[in-house]
Every structure is written in C-alpha cells, then in structure tokens.
Write a protein that binds this ligand. Structure first.
Ligand SMILES: C[S@@+](CC[C@H](N)C(=O)[O-])C[C@H]1O[C@@H](n2cnc3c(N)ncnc32)[C@H](O)[C@@H]1O
Length: 213
C-alpha cells in the first residue's frame, strides 16, 4: 500500500542529488530553490520530529544540524543506504506514510518534502487521520510538495512541460497523485487541522497544518 514508487526510487537514488541540484534540465524548475525550501521547512519543524520519505537525507541533515531529534521513515533501501552515510546521527527506519515501526517518542512535528504525492487520495486521507493520532496536542504537519491550484493550472503545467519537450515530467504530472489545493485543504480540515498553503516555486508549495482543539 502506497509503495508503488519504491523500485523507481531505488534506481534513482545514486543520481537523485544531481537532479535536485538542477543538473537534469527536465526537473530543474520542479526543484528550483530546493536548498532554501528545505532550510525553511527545517526551521519550521519542532523537535521531536518524524520525517516521511527521507530520500537522501537532505532535509534530515538540516533538521539534525539544528540539534533536533528526527525519526526518519523511508521505504527505498537504496535511499536509506545513502541517507545513513550522509546523516549517520539520524534514526532512519524502513517504512512508509501508512506503515512504520511503532516508535514511542512523542512527536511534535511531522515533516516531509516531495513525497506526499506518492499516496492516492484515499491513502492521503488515511495518513492525515494517523498524523492527528500520532501528534502531541500542540503538534503540526509541515510539508513541501507539488500541488495543482485547480484543473486549469494542472493542464497549464502539463502543456508547459510538453512545449519544452519534457515528456517524462509531463507524464509524471498526469500519472502521479499530485493533489488539488482545495482537495488537500479539505482532507486536513475534516481531520481537525488548521491549514495554510504558500507557493514556493512553479510547482512546490509549503503546507502547514496545525492540530486544532
Ligand atoms: C522525490 S523523493 C524526496 C526525498 C527527500 N524528501 C527530498 O526532499 O529530497 C521522494 C521520496 O519519497 C519516498 N516514498 C515513495 N513512496 C513513499 C511512501 N508511500 N511513503 C513514504 N515515502 C515514500 C521515496 O522512496 C523517495 O525517497
């Protein structure tokens, strides 16, 4: 469940850091400002932190450098192998948004960058319900991910990718589970979160959801 992209990430792991650094023109705009975006997310996190979809630990590294405790969850063994080399201080476990080891540490923030879109709509709802249960009363979720403002925006981004000859990107935009903003807002609100959205680049948004009373 929610694991259909793991083979892709095992293959991508060794070149992933080149992609986020902008070396692949096709994904340059998706990750534009990557380092600054992750820096901002790290600052917003409150320890103890649970991070999903750690990847090569670029966000994890920034959070650890702020002396915060991070429990990382990552389903790809290749990503975990690189993450443990780059961030040996972090505890990184095999798991995904919906299934992960039972860890007893109280969690005050749940963070993730560029990973939540791997869940279908139903899986996102299930994950958000579980965030509410997992977080302390003053807890929050802070994510960065691609979101479509609405259907027209989705079509604009797909056409723009096609015009530039970025056919893999165009296919991702159609086939992965990037949510519409209002759909994601409703998922958080119905589960008792107060949520805000801020656009960070052409694709990526900062999503902050505070657990309500
Ligand atoms: C685009 S990478 C982002 C990595 C890192 N967070 C970053 O910002 O560079 C997406 C990551 O999410 C992981 N992933 C895929 N499906 C997942 C799931 N269902 N639950 C948690 N993580 C998942 C992938 O293995 C991959 O490491």
């Amino acid at each position: 469940m929610g694991m259909e992209f793991v083979d892709l990430f095992n293959q991508w792991a060794s070149s992933y850091d080149d992609t986020v650094a902008g070396k692949d023109p096709e994904y340059r705009e998706v990750f534009e400002g990557y380092d600054e975006m992750l820096g901002r997310l790290a600052k917003l996190s409150v320890s103890p932190v649970m991070e999903f979809g750690v990847g090569t630990a670029n966000l994890t590294r920034k959070v650890i450098d702020q002396n915060k405790v991070v429990l990382g969850i990552e389903p790809s063994s290749e990503m975990r192998r690189i993450a443990k080399v780059k961030c040996p201080e972090a505890a990184i476990y095999d798991g995904n948004f919906l299934e992960y080891p039972k860890l007893l540490t109280p969690i005050r923030s749940i963070i993730s960058s560029f990973a939540f879109h791997h869940l279908t709509s139903n899986e996102k709802v299930e994950a958000i319900q579980s965030f509410r249960d997992r977080l302390e009363d003053d807890g929050k979720v802070v994510f960065i991910d691609t979101i479509f403002k609405d259907k027209e925006h989705k079509q604009q981004l797909i056409k723009s990718a096609e015009r530039q000859g970025f056919l893999n990107l165009a296919q991702d935009l159609q086939e992965e589970y990037y949510p519409f903003l209002e759909e994601l807002r409703e998922m958080f609100v119905l589960n008792g979160f107060e949520v805000t959205f801020e656009q960070l680049n052409k694709y990526a948004w900062l999503i902050q959801a505070k657990k309500g009373e």
